[in-house]
Design a protein around this ligand. Structure first.
Ligand SMILES: [Zn+2]
Length: 291
């Protein structure tokens, strides 16, 4: 009987160890499910029902894990809706008492246009991938509190501009940057289009100009972790949400793979993305959070 009891205790210990290890680890399949879930709402075009449902989903998930979750809301006319659309940046703060601050950002909206007239971009890689990685990280931060404060910002209205109308893009991050108050984060990283199966993340040129130290640091960490999807060469210069942030003095780098075959097409769907790609990026971000 005693012996049985010991076995039972050992079994319980083993099970609980297994659970806690899992809780601390970035699970690629979790992130991939979050990516798919967003796409199931439809294209998250600002002003659409799919967008509203996605906001509700993201806020309710973040509320499970974060100290504070709030929506920064504003109205703005756009080319596809002259009356104006209510845009919603979603902000979540973890471990408010932490010393240094890490800000992680992404965009969650889908493009109202695509390569096919009349069709939006489903935004599996372009929108849902970065959002999925941050939500899976939120789960982990909640089970293993870092000593830093983590702020996540999910930008709206990144992708609604017409070609050659730069003023119509990055609506959420422009608004956020313009209204930013308080001290600047010590580290700020934007992730965008990091979910495709054939992932190759080169260094983004503006990031290297704005914050070479941080950009080098992230790629060095990826190298040490043997994350070969990160390639330590400048591959492209990209206009993205990090530009308005840097213009406001928030030194942000962009982790992005700009070589995506299905970019801004109706084929940007979950089957083009993989759990492994999401995990590769999530693991590197977690290393930075806990270093
Ligand atoms: Zn886009």
């Amino acid at each position: 009987m005693n012996c049985m009891k010991n076995y039972l205790i050992i079994t319980i210990l083993l099970i609980s160890t297994a659970c806690s290890a899992d809780e601390m680890e970035f699970v690629g399949d979790n992130a991939y499910s979050i990516l798919k879930k967003q796409c199931e709402f439809g294209a998250r075009v600002p002003g659409s029902d799919a967008h509203t449902e996605c906001v509700e989903y993201l806020v309710s998930e973040l509320e499970l894990y974060a100290d504070t979750v709030y929506i920064q809301e504003f109205k703005k006319p756009v080319s596809y809706n002259k009356k104006g659309i209510i845009f919603k940046n979603i902000v979540a703060i973890f471990n408010s008492d932490g010393n240094d601050e890490i800000m992680l950002c992404t965009h969650y909206d889908s493009r109202p246009f695509s390569s096919v007239k009349g069709k939006p971009t489903p935004g599996a890689n372009d929108g849902a991938s970065g959002t999925a990685v941050l939500l899976e990280i939120a789960r982990i931060i909640n089970s293993k509190i870092p000593n830093k404060q983590i702020k996540m910002v999910f930008f709206d209205g990144e992708d609604g501009g017409r070609n050659n109308h730069l003023d119509e893009w990055f609506i959420g991050s422009k608004y956020y940057a313009k209204n930013y108050k308080g001290s600047k984060p010590d580290i700020c990283i934007l992730i965008d289009m990091i979910g495709e199966k054939d992932l190759h993340i080169y260094k983004e040129g503006f990031s290297q100009m704005y914050n070479a130290d941080l950009n080098d640091h992230v790629f060095n960490i990826a190298y040490k972790m043997n994350k070969t999807v990160f390639i330590n060469e400048i591959g492209y210069f990209v206009q993205d949400d990090h530009i308005p942030l840097n213009n406001a003095g928030i030194k942000c780098i962009d982790i992005i793979d700009m070589h995506y075959e299905f970019w801004h097409t109706p084929e940007d769907t979950p089957d083009k993305c993989s759990a492994k790609s999401l995990k590769d990026v999530g693991d590197v971000l977690l290393e930075i959070i806990y270093e």
